[in-house]
Design a protein around this ligand. Structure first.
Ligand code: PGA
Ligand code: ZN
Length: 420
């Protein structure tokens, strides 16, 4: 049974405080988990409880820590750690709101993850095996964000993420190697062109460029220079994070000095998809622009993966609405958008049953905790995006996946199916 639960305030990768929860079981097993934090958050995400005031520019999480140490501990101590759904439901009931508006999703998720990890450790099995059972067998194709823009960097690029997706390889280790080689070639290409090679929040480069298309052009160059075939071996994926660029007059492309309406923006994507091996576009429209998303799905849905992040916020009922209305064909999975391990699993299940692909995802504010690597394999997500091949909080996830791949024999690449 659960013997003790506690939390402390620790640092995330952007230097902001976040919650680390620790769970001790009666057999002596102790496990902790650290909660991540986004910058370009969706409006309907579960509440991230921040203290306000002057401490840490208002971003302290002492109240969330206190909620773990008192209210949450009080209800969970003595319970079995082996029934995750009951643990999570108990916290949901204690909170009493739909979005963890009382306890804070950062308090709840920290405990939820720490309980799962303690349970796995107590049984002596890896976390992915505990959460996924014998069914955990599909390695994830990585989506690596090698040029950062939008609210993740100080450069002028409007789109938030330019990712490479190594889809044409036999296994995860070879995919990661290819991505790393492209990353290094990109660095020398940017240097040679006189651009900055400093890094954004997710470990990708953050140069100033003349349009939102130019990052794709330099990435294409880097893929070829690294000796890989664009499209066949390495595809390109975008996260526009369009909720961040929407204005009253339309979608503002600052670096290009123009503002586009939904139809024009979808046409912009159609043009990019015709010119480059783009396999996936996330949040191409703003979270409120469901008509625009519908249009994009009609125009591009049979050619590429259309991912909803801010759009669906890992929320099963919002996803369900999207499924009914034929919006997008894929969902980004961020546990802290919904607040617990069990609710994340339910959303993945709903997506998979309805033919939507799932992309497990980090946040732009991360930590050394690699929970999502195990989680992606446990749920057979088939895809994971967790930044570039640089910055420890990003490589922690890739390094964990390398370990997992060594342990499980079977691997299948969903990514390659995108090209058929
Ligand atoms: P965030 O960015 O963690 O800042 O929300 C990640 C994403 O938009 O996918
Ligand atoms: Zn996103």
């Amino acid at each position: 049974f659960i013997d003790d639960i506690s939390a402390i305030e620790v640092m995330d990768s952007r230097g902001n405080p976040t919650v680390k929860a620790t769970v001790r079981l009666s057999d002596g097993t102790t496990a902790g988990a650290i909660v991540p934090s986004g910058a370009s958050t969706g409006k309907r995400e579960a509440l991230e409880l921040r203290d306000g005031g002057e401490r840490y520019m208002g971003k302290g999480v002492l109240q969330a820590v206190e909620n773990v140490n008192s209210q949450i501990s009080d209800v969970l101590i003595g319970m079995s750690p082996f029934n995750q759904a009951v643990i999570d439901a108990t916290m949901k009931e204690l909170d009493g709101t739909q979005n963890y508006g009382n306890l804070g999703a950062n308090a709840v998720l920290g405990v939820s993850m720490a309980v799962a990890r303690a349970a796995a450790q107590s049984l002596g099995i890896p976390l992915y095996r505990y959460l996924g059972g014998a069914n955990a067998m599909v390695m994830s194709t990585p989506m690596l964000n090698i040029i950062n823009g939008g609210s993740h960097a100080d450069n002028n690029v409007d789109f938030q993420e330019y990712m490479i997706m190594p889809v044409g390889f036999e296994d995860f280790a070879t995919s990661l190697r290819a991505a790393s080689e492209v990353y290094h070639n990109l660095k020398s290409i940017l240097s040679a062109k006189g651009h900055s090679t400093s890094l954004g929040d997710e470990g990708g480069f953050a140069p100033n460029l003349s349009s939102n298309e130019e990052p794709i052009q330099v990435i294409m160059e880097a893929i070829e220079k690294a000796g890989y075939v664009p499209g066949e071996q390495i595809g390109i994926a975008l996260d526009v994070a369009a909720s961040e660029i929407v204005t009253d007059g339309g979608y503002r492309l600052e670096s290009e000095g123009r503002t586009l309406g939904s139809e024009e923006l979808v046409a912009y994507y159609e043009n990019l998809c015709a010119k480059y091996p783009i396999v996936s576009i996330e949040d191409g429209l703003s979270e409120d622009d469901w008509d625009g998303f519908k249009l994009m799905t009609e125009k591009l849905g049979d050619k590429i993966q259309i991912v909803g992040d801010d759009l669906f916020v890992t929320n099963a009922s919002i996803l369900n609405e999207g499924i009914e209305r034929g919006i997008a064909n894929s969902i980004l999975i961020k546990p802290n958008q919904i607040g617990s391990v069990s609710e994340t699993m339910l959303t993945v299940r709903l997506a998979q049953r309805n033919g939507y692909t799932c992309v497990m995802s980090h946040r732009s504010g991360e930590s050394e905790d690699a929970f999502i690597a195990d989680f992606a394999v446990a749920l057979n997500c088939g895809q994971i995006k967790t930044g570039s091949t640089a910055r420890g909080e990003r490589t922690a996830k890739y390094n964990r996946l390398l370990e997992i791949e060594n342990e499980i024999v079977y691997s299948e690449y969903l990514g390659s199916a995108l090209f058929t």
